[in-house]
Design a protein around this ligand. Structure first.
Ligand code: MV4
Length: 453
């Protein structure tokens, strides 16, 4: 593949802007696609060209391969960057791009298909020498086999959907008496959500942390890693805060996890940016959980700490450039807060609407990735993220101080946001000490909402 001249961005919002920025720095022309809802959106304004691909619903616009390929054809785009969400992990879309001689910026369809089947991904990683959680050999054939695996490895166990991810079709089972009903529920939920009832069994890792390794492969046998991200501050499988490095990972563990992740990606001759998610137990043992075959929301914290542009690297490996390193060097500490249009005082319920006033923080060590502005209307149709607030400091403590200061400067009026949640979190003793796991937000209580001024 020679140098790309024009890239179509099959996405919207901040990630579309993020990709357009790098393209323009590389002197690559850009094509935006948009739904009628997004006519006024910034990604449409900042791209060199824009093509309307349908009505507001994602199903009829951002999820329509035919319309996106047509937009690439009429504009003469030679590649498509899928961003995250939407079609970014669709093996079928990657295949359609290949069939239409458009470069898909990401892995080949086979690798994407392999990683989307969690039990297959797990087996693939195990063969490559990546540590996995003890459990069934692939999916289980029936309830008796499943129960027998569970009693063999010992309770508590998890039943997980083969096509799952994000917690859907997943059940925690504490004892044998609960097993049959949990198994049936997991299968039914998996069948309803993914049209695939297949499940597998795993030993439950108690009090785990979610730590993921950023990877880049060139599809020519070379893979490098960019260290880890700590992503344990989640609520119902939605990440709210991520940081790099993880407070529990030292140089030795980083090297072990990094090398394991690189081995795993090399086993599938990985091309593009990807992430291997690990569960890290209280004993600091780590286990493969899933591989994400896309650029992720939280990639900027890795960029800040490794001083690189991951979108630029994605484009470069798509152009056939090779990777000459095995690991990036890390310096300092970065934290990301997801600023969502949600009410943290009311179960984080979505709060779409017009932003009547918007002022973003700035100054040293502060990065904001956003597509919002004063008078922008957040549609109820898409996800509720308004901005990613990223701070960087030499130490974790400095990054936390910058975050507190930046949160105080952030003005968003007209809609509820997650800012008050973050303001409370960044003064929480356990969070500040780095003493938390994936259950941290289960019993996090918002303090009383301050009275209106
Ligand atoms: C687990 C686990 C404990 N033990 N597997 C949640 C989503 C899916 N990607 C995997 N998940 C988990 N798998 C074993 N064997 C605990 C979780 C889990 C979790 C993982 C990462 C981040 C947040 C989580 C919240 C609840 C459960």
């Amino acid at each position: 593949m020679s140098d790309l001249q024009k890239i179509l961005i099959a996405n919207r919002g901040e990630i579309a802007l993020r990709i357009i920025r790098t393209c323009h720095e590389m002197k690559i022309n850009t094509v935006a696609v948009y739904s009628t809802m997004d006519r006024e959106a910034l990604h449409v304004r900042f791209a060199d060209e824009a093509v309307c691909i349908g009505p507001p619903t994602s199903k009829e616009s951002y999820l329509r391969p035919d319309r996106i390929i047509a937009a690439a054809e009429v504009t003469g785009a030679d590649a498509i960057h899928p961003g995250y969400g939407f079609l970014s992990e669709s093996a079928e879309f990657s295949q359609i791009c290949a069939d239409n001689d458009v470069e898909f910026i990401g892995p080949d369809p086979e690798t994407m298909r392999l990683m989307s089947q969690k039990s297959v991904a797990k087996e693939t990683m195990a063969e490559a020498g990546v540590p996995i959680v003890e459990g069934s050999d692939g999916t289980v054939n029936d309830i008796d086999e499943a129960r027998s695996v569970a009693t063999d490895i010992g309770f508590p166990v998890m039943v997980k959907a083969a096509s799952g991810g994000g917690g859907k079709g997943m059940r925690l089972v504490w004892e044998e008496e609960e097993f049959d009903s949990a198994f049936k529920n997991a299968r039914n939920e998996a069948d309803a959500a993914f049209d695939d009832p297949e499940v597998y069994i795993e030993k439950f890792v108690e009090k785990p942390r979610h730590v993921e390794i950023q990877l880049l492969g060139d599809g020519q046998g070379n893979v490098m890693h960019f260290g880890e991200r700590e992503c344990s501050i989640q609520r119902r499988h939605q990440k709210l805060v991520e940081e790099c490095p993880s407070p529990i990972v030292d140089e030795e563990l980083r090297q072990e996890m990094g090398e394991a992740a690189v081995r795993g990606a090399e086993a599938v001759n990985y091309e593009g940016a990807g992430t291997i998610e690990f569960l890290v137990g209280a004993d600091r043992n780590f286990y493969f959980m899933e591989m994400n075959t896309r650029i992720q929301v939280e990639h900027p914290i890795t960029e800040e700490v490794t001083d690189c542009d991951l979108v630029e690297y994605q484009i470069q490996v798509s152009q056939g450039e090779t990777i000459e390193r095995t690991a990036a060097e890390m310096e300092g500490h970065a934290i990301e807060c997801r600023i969502n249009a949600e009410n943290p005082y009311f179960n984080f319920s979505p709060a779409p609407g017009e932003i009547t006033a918007f002022h973003q923080p700035g100054g040293h060590g502060v990065r904001i990735d956003t597509a919002a502005y004063s008078s922008y209307v957040i549609p109820p149709t898409y996800d509720s993220m308004i901005a990613k607030l990223i701070t960087y400091g030499k130490t974790r403590d400095q990054a936390i101080r910058k975050m507190r200061r930046a949160l105080d400067e952030f003005i968003v009026e007209g809609v509820d946001t997650t800012i008050p949640f973050h303001q409370q979190l960044f003064y929480d003793d356990r969070f500040v000490e780095g003493n938390f796991d994936t259950r941290f937000l289960d019993d996090f209580q918002m303090e009383e909402r301050p009275a209106e001024e």
